[in-house]
Design a protein around this ligand. Sequence first.
Ligand code: XMP
Ligand code: MG
Length: 180
Amino acid sequence: MEIVNYFDKTFELFLSSYQLDEIVKTLAEDINKQYENVQEDIILVGILNGSFVFISDLVRKLSFEFEVEFAKLKSYDGTESTGDIDIVLDVPVSIEGKHIIIIEDIVDTGLTIEEFINNVKRKNPLSVKTCTLLSKPEVHNDIIDIDFVGLEISPEFVIGYGLDINGLGRQLSGVYRLVT
Ligand code: XMP
Ligand code: MG
């Protein structure tokens, strides 16, 4: 499927499932190298809803032991970041003394991940690192330091592979970009 339509908008294929698999493989190799000799507990915290597809592929490529938890944050309305971040559901377990890897689908303004990093750091984890499938560096001007980035993209709106437009399009196996 090269073109999909949601509401009155048209999206074209940007990253195929094959390309996504390669990106996730490379990310997993990087993460494996950094955590293979870690002795303490590790928790991957996926940020819902967008990261659920990415994290399900990523975890099956990691070669160390870890727990998986989720937090739910909300900032987007349609195709615009609102800048107003709500932690709708916080991580339901203690993260004190554990290594935390935050998993995001996409970093746009960086406000969501920044808010969540600060929230996690207040709970005395042993370490906090961040991983995102996609990043829009021209929007956040690299103010936010992400440890593992799958792919940097230009500031365009994308859906699919977990990413949505008003809740729809998450099931698409590729990533599609808005045709303007
Ligand atoms: P910020 O601006 O806080 O945004 O870095 C991060 C959150 O906003 C969502 N987001 C998008 N969702 N296509 C989407 O479907 C996009 O192009 C996009 N850009 C940002 C996403 O949920 C992310 O967690
Ligand atoms: Mg998200």
